[in-house]
Ligand binder design. Structure first.
Ligand code: F0G
Length: 338
């Protein structure tokens, strides 16, 4: 890690998240395979962004920054706000108006960020904050800040430490493409240091309405219910392609329906509540399950906590929700189907 004694470490004790066996997903694959999920929704602000933000904010503080800025579909803004305030700095966050999950907005506000909702999408917000950081005294903490990726690579270290080697496949949701880049950096660094014998195939999954790495073209108006990855022109495009090529991996698109199926499967069969964008990793694995070699070890990255987006959870599971039942034993028993 690029830190020295002079670096003031701003931390909330992020990382060390569990690698949880996922037998119900393995069963869906239908052959002898091991499937695990790296549940990064258990980080302090509920997403993997904390791994990168502890680094970016510590380095910003070391450099004497008074304020940081980011564009975000929600999770980066929550993490930037929490770590900036903990480090005694101000945070400015630009979000696409109306397309950020409720929990993430609540976090950014309560952590004390200045929240600027723009009439535009993430890609436009990122363009603006990049220019802002060049012209004004604010440090950019999006994943184009190299310290973000240095922090996020630690998730790959933890997976190798837990399994004793790298997995055969790493399935990961892709939006701005920073995280897939960071994981690949982490696996390569561990491989060079002799801590793992193999390198995983990097399998990146994008939402079908926001899949520029699959089509090879930027998407002007990205659309998906997985708002975290509603991104049409990823900043780390080339680095993500390099990781895919070097690892003999692939990019695939998953539909919103496939994302919702995986989201429900994870919650109702594994007991793991992630946000919709995170479920894209599992949706993708199930889409290409016939390509998984027998005996393989697969890790799916669950990037964010399901509590971030209560609206989607409630809206898409309404049939189980029986309301207006009389406060009487008989009525409750009847509603239960007895
Ligand atoms: N999953 C979640 C829950 C995310 O919040 C993000 C990105 C991704 C996956 C994709 O990661 O961008 O590194 O490819 N969220 C960013 C944000 C864009 O602003 O919170 P990526």
């Amino acid at each position: 890690m690029p830190v020295s004694e002079k670096t003031p470490i701003v931390t909330l004790l992020e990382g060390n998240t569990p690698l949880i066996p996922a037998p119900a997903i393995a069963e869906r694959i239908g052959r002898q395979v091991r499937v695990f999920v790296k549940y990064d929704g258990l980080n302090p602000t509920g997403s993997f962004k904390d791994r990168g933000m502890t680094m970016a904010i510590s380095k910003a503080k070391e450099a004497g920054a008074k304020a940081v800025i980011c564009a975000s579909t929600g999770n980066t803004s929550a993490a930037a706000a929490a770590y900036a305030r903990r480090g005694g700095m101000n945070a400015f966050v630009l979000i696409p108006d109306g397309y950020v999950a409720l929990g993430k907005l609540a976090q950014a506000l309560l952590y004390g960020a200045e929240v600027l909702a723009i009439k535009g999408n993430f890609d436009q917000a990122l363009e603006i904050v990049r220019e802002m950081a060049e012209s004004y005294p604010v440090t950019l903490v999006n994943s184009v800040n190299p310290y973000r990726l240095e922090g996020q690579k630690t998730a790959a270290f933890e997976i190798v430490d837990a399994l004793g080697d790298a997995p055969d496949w790493l399935c990961i949701p892709v939006g701005n493409a920073g995280n897939i880049t960071a994981y690949w950096m982490g696996f390569c660094q561990y491989h060079q240091d002799g801590k793992c014998d193999r390198l995983p195939r990097m399998m990146g999954f994008q939402a079908a309405g926001a899949a520029p790495l699959v089509t090879g073209q930027p998407v002007a108006n990205p659309e998906t219910l997985a708002t975290a990855i509603r991104i049409g022109n990823p900043a780390s495009w080339e680095l993500a392609i390099a990781a895919q090529t070097a690892s003999q991996g692939n990019f695939h698109a998953v539909t919103d329906a496939e994302i919702l199926d995986a989201y429900r499967l994870l919650a109702a069969s594994e007991g793991i509540f992630c946000e919709p964008a995170s479920a894209a990793s599992v949706a993708g694995l199930l889409q290409v399950k016939d390509q998984v070699p027998t005996g393989a070890t697969v890790v799916c990255v669950l990037t964010g906590n399901g509590l971030k987006d209560p609206d989607t959870a409630i809206k898409h599971n309404h049939s189980q929700f029986k309301q207006g039942i009389a406060a009487k034993l008989g009525a409750v028993a009847e509603a239960m189907g007895f």
